[in-house]
Design a protein around this ligand. Structure first.
Ligand code: J2J
Length: 536
């Protein structure tokens, strides 16, 4: 596993300024468990664990994983839902010096196999079932396709696999872990092709959530609810469950973000802060006037992952009785927050400003020249918690990073006085469907695997509820009869996350591109989108 390397002068600067403190995930959990062992750390429907219990369970998990013969630096795909066991299992992985690769519960065989191949993972960790889905047969299928996955470890009933809490423990010492080494691999939203893997170090990631916890005012009395799938960077680290544990707060695991489930937990646990994507915020605002639950403990609702329109943002306080915090972040690094005491117009009208004084932000025109303040342009960034490269992706790295190490985010933003950013749109071609990023190219490649499909172009269409929905324009082969439900069923059969199945399929005889000569795939998608919107 290569180390994530910032050039020396940057690494020294980030250490000098105290951003990187030479602490690992294992170090901070041990420190919290020593300082306040009996304080509640994580709660779900079945479990209420103190900091001491989480550490004890994590150490047991680490010994079990080492007992399987896994070696420091080995990768472990972690596909777990929002359960307390996520925390103890992942810290177990860290304590054993192993590297989690975070997959979403929605991911299926195609995605898991890709993560396994890209990361060279040696194990897969799952829950037995969640929300009606059995993960064990899926894991078997992945293991069959990728023999390098030597072990499937299950939280709950293991079926044909191994139970995490029954692994024979190694009696070896837990390894020393280097804080500047890669701690885990996060999944990128990915604008082109398949998801890339994002290497984050202990030093850089701990800085991002330590500083986030401070910005969000977390302390021992705070109760953070993880409402989005915790494998996402937002509920993981902005400030997320990691920031909450760092600050000694309590983490409540919410199994799904429906208003009924979430409001019930807010009332029962006295939740003070949580984070959601815009469609969930809309649902909650709609449900709040009729709920039987007392949600008055909620002080801060964070909204991010996709653009929250000002009209909706302006309604949050009235509907939910709490402060809105807009969060504009990315798993590659840079995270922006509106501050809790910002004036109302900033909170409603912007997506916040960066965490760090040393987050460098450029807003450039198409030629790479800075645009005047307030004008839209491409957002590029580098800083103490933004990666300099994806894992094993030489050609994507050449496109996504400038030679001097800036990450091209693909977002079009305006920068206002004070460094506040307003997200205007996006240069790349992914679909931001309720915060889930879908690569048009990836879906097109799946559709082209159908023998009846001659060509396909997938575009985002504005959607009142989802923000954007996906629409596949399909040209059939001659003499082929296919209907939309069949195309969708075909996509489901490809073993991909359900959110990637096109919301809409439109059959067209041709793309009408001959009249304008050869155009790029991006231009084609733009034309199809424009024509669709014109024709209503
Ligand atoms: C508009 N677009 C946004 C926002 C993200 C915190 C919060 C979110 C993410 C996340 C994250 C947006 N308004 N408020 O990692 O730590 C779009 C942008 C961005 C992309 C990144 C975090 N917040 N976006 O969403 O890696 O296009 O991270 O580049 O999933 O989401 O997606 P992702």
């Amino acid at each position: 596993m290569p180390r994530q390397v910032w050039p020396d002068e940057f690494a020294s600067l980030y250490r000098e300024k105290g951003y990187w403190q030479g602490e690992t995930f294992g170090d901070f959990l041990r420190a919290r468990a020593a300082r306040h062992p009996d304080r509640l750390a994580v709660v779900d429907a079945q479990n209420r664990w103190t900091y001491a219990e989480v550490l004890e369970r994590a150490e047991a998990a680490a010994r079990g994983l080492m007992g399987l013969g896994l070696q420091p630096g080995d990768r472990v795909i972690v596909q777990l839902p929002n359960i307390a066991g996520f925390v103890s299992a992942v810290f177990g992985v860290f304590l054993a010096g192993l590297i989690p690769v975070y997959a979403l519960p929605a991911h299926r065989q195609t995605e898991l196999v890709h993560f396994a191949n890209r990361s060279g993972a040696r194990a897969l960790m799952i829950a037995d079932r969640h929300e009606g889905f059995d993960y064990r047969p899926l894991a078997s299928a992945v293991q069959q396709e990728v023999p390098g996955i030597a072990h499937v470890v299950v939280i709950g009933d293991p079926g044909p696999h191994l139970a995490l809490d029954a692994l024979p423990a190694s009696d070896a010492e837990l390894p020393q872990v280097d804080p500047s080494s890669v701690a885990f691999l996060q999944i990128s939203g990915g604008s082109t092709g398949l998801s890339k893997l994002i290497p984050r170090t202990h030093d850089d990631y701990i800085y991002s959530f330590r500083a986030s916890a401070e910005i969000c005012g977390l302390g021992p009395d705070s109760v953070y609810m993880a409402a989005l799938p915790v494998a996402h960077n937002f509920p993981m680290s902005s400030p997320g469950l990691m920031g909450a544990l760092y600050a000694g707060s309590r983490v409540v695991m919410c199994p799904n973000p429906s208003a009924e489930t979430a409001f019930g937990l807010i009332a029962a646990e006295g939740v003070t802060i949580t984070g959601v994507v815009p469609p969930v915020a809309l649902l909650w605002m709609q449900a709040a006037p009729r709920t039987k639950h007392d949600i008055s403990s909620l002080q801060v609702l964070q909204v991010g992952g996709a653009k929250f329109i000002p009209e909706a943002a302006a309604r949050v306080r009235g509907a939910l009785g709490c402060t809105l915090q807009q969060v504009f972040g990315m798993a590659e690094g840079l995270v922006n927050y509106t501050r809790l005491d910002d004036p109302e117009e900033i909170i409603i009208g912007t997506q916040g400003r960066p965490i760090s004084p040393d987050d460098e932000v450029l807003v450039l025109d198409d030629e790479g020249n800075p645009v005047p303040e307030g004008e839209p342009g491409h957002l590029l960034t580098r800083g103490p918690y933004t990666i300099r490269a994806y894992h094993n992706e030489p050609s994507a790295n050449a496109r996504s990073f400038t030679p001097d190490g800036f990450y091209r985010t693909g977002d079009i933003v305006r920068r206002l006085p004070g460094g506040y950013l307003v997200v205007q749109g996006r240069a790349g071609d992914h679909i931001n469907r309720a915060g889930e990023k879908i690569s048009a190219e990836e879906i097109e490649d799946h559709l082209l695997a159908h023998t009846g499909i001659f060509d396909a172009a997938v575009v985002s269409i504005p959607d009142e509820f989802l923000g954007e929905r996906s629409c596949a324009f399909v040209i059939l082969q001659p003499d082929t009869a296919l209907r939309a439900p069949e195309v969708k069923a075909f996509m489901r059969g490809r073993g991909v996350a359900d959110f990637k199945v096109p919301d809409q399929v439109v059959f067209v005889p041709e793309f009408e591109t001959t009249a304008v000569g050869k155009i790029s795939r991006n231009q084609l998608r733009a034309r199809l989108r424009a024509r669709f919107l014109e024709e209503g």
